[in-house]
Design a binder for this molecule. Structure first.
Ligand SMILES: [Zn+2]
Length: 229
């Protein structure tokens, strides 16, 4: 899957919206939905990338907090609002069920992952293919499965590189971002940035530290991979 670094502002501009605040946005624009995920330790939901490297398990969202009502974390995640309309969970689940009945193509969902404050990764377009409603502690939660589309595949030479790329820890990314001042170290461009690991995966074994990770723009990132091939 893609891992293109964007600022919060870039992310909102890409979606043509002033401020992107909700995590789940069914049909924010006309042709696809948008979700915001986080794997940080303080994340409100348990989002993760499965071992296949191309499926995201995205947790549904809690009922809104109301005065004097129970803690939303103790309540089943709702499919319906009190008014009877669908919540975002419900809209996503309905789309999956219609797809599974062969009534439509899978809903396309663009995924952004929060890396740290103000810095996000555009992970590209995914297909919303399945969900489960499962027990989690005292209550039940939605677990949505999003599968990377061909369009979201980066022009990388090997699967190992993709796996490697997503294993650069957030703390290292943060340090590299600060050190490289949010610019491609080769040309200074600030758009379409990627975290690039300097040591080829095939040489293996080197631990990932800020010393062997750098920021590259998409053009220089591509050039590098062309050179390897
Ligand atoms: Zn560059």
């Amino acid at each position: 899957m893609r891992d293109e670094i964007v600022s919060y502002r870039d992310m909102c501009d890409r979606e043509g919206i002033q401020t992107l605040q909700r995590g789940m946005n069914y049909r924010l624009r006309t042709s696809y939905s948008v979700v915001l995920m986080s794997r940080r330790s303080n994340a409100p939901y348990a989002d993760r990338i499965l071992k296949d490297g191309e499926t995201i398990e995205y947790e549904g969202h809690d009922a809104p907090r109301r005065d004097r009502a129970a803690d939303p974390k103790s309540l089943d995640q709702p499919r319906l609002l009190p008014t009877g309309r669908f919540t975002q969970n419900g809209l996503f689940a309905e789309a999956i069920e219609a797809y599974q009945r062969n009534e439509r193509d899978p809903e396309l969902v663009r995924v952004y992952e929060k890396l740290f404050n103000g810095v996000w990764s555009d992970k590209g377009l995914f297909e919303l293919i399945d969900y489960k409603f499962v027990q989690s502690g005292p209550r039940k939660v939605f677990k949505f499965h999003l599968r990377a589309t061909e369009d979201s595949q980066p022009p990388l030479p090997t699967e190992a590189e993709i796996v490697h790329r997503r294993l650069i820890p957030s703390e290292v990314k943060k340090e590299v971002w600060k050190r490289d001042k949010g610019r491609s170290v080769l040309c200074g461009q600030t758009d379409h940035l990627h975290f690039d690991h300097d040591i080829p995966w095939s040489k293996g074994g080197a631990s990932i530290t800020a010393a062997n990770v750098r920021l590259l723009c998409a053009r220089h990132n591509l050039q590098k991979h062309d050179n390897i091939e």
